[in-house]
Each structure stands twice: as structure tokens, then as C-alpha cells.
Design a binder for this molecule. Structure first.
Ligand code: SPD
Length: 289
């Protein structure tokens, strides 16, 4: 996987395997933190946006495409949702969606890079919104992998992995040991979810991620949607549970309430999105190609 940043006039591109994914606008901040390069870009089309190591992470007018899909299939279906763990998620968008649920009592947001949080609060305050003010959100600056390996058994109702692509600080968020620890700390009746890359631009990573999660959890399935600013625009999130495919069975009362504030997610959309596995992925998961 190779990524480099290219400036063409006022365009900023994420480049991946011979394709450019670019937006027009201007760079507001570019700095090196202890972990990665962080860029804040003001794009004409999607508003202010965040890049980590030259890869698009989120933007004011795109964040719902990603955060709603990661959060609501999990929180609408878990038996209880009082205790939530978010690994990564330093822009606050995932926590903001979780806070829509009154039953959520505690959110542990574990982000490795304090600068991602500081710059998101300053330049993208609406993405995190209430997350930066609500006392239910406890932020810890720590490596999520060590947090998960040190957490007690059965301690979370929901675990959401909102990291970047599997390189640099996020590499370990895609390995089996990490998923095993997530399973260990997830309560029965709970739901685990992670972003699982693009079936087109990151095909191998996408397939390997689902396969690995399926070796750990008894029930795991990808859901397909679109995040237009990401490579290929075609994206996936993978959900897992211990007792049944509960992530495919939203609790209607919760879903009806939550849907009022959503732009993308609803139960009809979710059913189609879980069903939208392309043939080549289906075959690859059965080792037929
Ligand atoms: N290639 C981009 C993958 C980014 C996934 N995480 C985005 C963070 C949004 N909260």
C-alpha cells in the first residue's frame, strides 16, 4: 500500500495504487504529531476535513456517511447499550452518534493521538458536537490495543473500532489477537463493529479482515455503504456478536427514535446494506476464488 500527497493547484489528493481521490480547497493546518501527519483541509464540496498520513478520514459534509453506518446497526441491536468502548474516533463523530441513545451511560473513547482530538475540536467542532461536552464521554489518550488487552472480561456492551487504514498506529487494529481481546471484553448480548475498508480499493485487507473476525466471533457480517471521499467511495463496516446475528435485528423502538436524526441510516437501508455483498467477496469468503 503506497500513499503520498500531491498538490495540484488547490487540489488535495489521497493517492492509492495509481488512483487519485481528490478535493478542491485549501490546507489550513499541516503538522506532524508523535504518531502521524495531520492535515486539516477546507474543501469546497464537503467542508472542513481531516486527513491522517495523507488519507481522508472525515469531513463536515461526509461524516454521516461513515459514522451512522458504524454506530447504529450496533447500538440499535445490542441487548444493553449502557457501556460503550470506542477505539480511535478522535474526531468525535462516533461518540456523537452514540450519545443519541438515552440508555448509553458511559462511553470510553480511547484515542492514541491527542492532536487529532485538539485539532478536531478546533476546526471540526460540529463533527464531535455534544461529544466534547457530555459528561458520559470519558476520553483517554492511550493506544487502543493496550487498552483492549488490559480491560476486564465482559466489560462492554458495545465495542466500536473507528481507526484509520491498517498501517502506522492503526495496523494492530486489524489483527487476530486484537479481535480476540475485543471478544473477551464484550458482554454476551453485545455487539462489536469495525470499519473494514473498501471491497474495491482495499480488497485483500477487506476480505482478510472479515475472515479473521469470523475465526474469532461466531457471528460476523459486513455491511456495505458509500463514503464518497474515501478510495473508490465504496466502503464497509463489519459487525460481530457472540450469541446470534443480532446486529441484523434492530430493536424497532430504538430504531424509530434514532432514525429521526439520521441522514443515511434507517432499518430498510440497513437490511439492503447487509445484503449488498458483491459476488466476488462472497466467493472469496468461501475460498472459491
Ligand atoms: N481510509 C479511511 C479509513 C478511515 C476510517 N476512519 C475514519 C475516522 C472517522 N471517524
Amino acid at each position: 500500500m503506497t500513499q503520498k500527497q500531491t498538490y495540484i493547484e488547490s487540489w488535495l489528493d489521497e493517492t492509492h495504487e495509481g488512483v487519485r481521490y481528490g478535493l478542491e480547497g485549501k490546507v489550513l493546518v499541516e503538522e506532524k504529531s508523535s504518531f502521524q501527519k495531520i492535515t486539516i483541509f477546507d474543501s469546497k464540496r464537503y467542508g472542513k476535513s481531516l486527513l491522517l498520513d495523507n488519507c481522508w478520514m472525515t469531513a463536515e459534509l461526509q461524516e454521516k456517511h461513515y459514522h451512522e453506518c458504524l454506530v447504529h446497526p450496533a447500538l440499535c441491536s445490542a441487548e444493553k447499550i449502557s457501556k460503550v468502548l470506542i477505539i480511535g474516533g478522535g474526531d468525535g463523530g462516533t461518540a456523537k452518534e452514540c450519545l443519541k441513545y438515552k440508555e448509553v451511560e458511559e462511553i470510553h473513547l480511547v484515542e492514541i493521538d491527542n492532536r487529532v482530538i485538539e485539532l478536531s475540536k478546533k476546526y471540526l467542532p460540529n463533527i464531535g458536537g455534544q461529544a466534547w461536552r457530555d459528561s458520559r464521554v470519558q476520553i483517554t489518550i492511550q493506544d487502543g490495543i493496550s487498552w483492549v488487552s488490559n480491560a476486564k472480561d465482559n466489560s462492554y456492551d458495545i465495542i466500536l473500532i473507528d481507526g484509520s487504514d491498517p498501517k502506522g498506529p492503526a495496523k494492530g487494529l486489524f489483527n487476530k489477537r486484537f479481535f480476540q481481546n475485543c471478544k473477551r471484553i464484550l458482554k454476551r448480548g453485545g455487539v462489536f463493529a469495525t470499519q473494514s475498508e473498501s471491497p474495491e480499493a482495499f480488497r485483500k485487507i477487506h476480505i482478510d479482515t472479515i475472515k479473521t473476525i469470523r475465526t474469532v466471533f461466531d457471528f460476523a457480517d459486513p455491511l456495505y455503504g458509500s463514503v464518497p471521499m474515501y478510495p473508490s467511495g465504496w466502503w464497509s463496516w463489519t459487525f460481530a456478536a457472540l450469541d446470534k446475528e443480532r446486529y441484523k435485528q434492530p430493536i424497532l423502538q430504538r430504531a424509530t427514535e434514532i432514525n429521526k436524526s439520521c441522514e443515511i441510516w434507517n432499518t430498510r437501508w440497513q437490511k439492503a446494506a447487509f445484503g449488498a455483498m458483491p459476488t466476488f467477496i462472497e466467493k472469496a469468503l468461501k475460498n472459491e476464488q
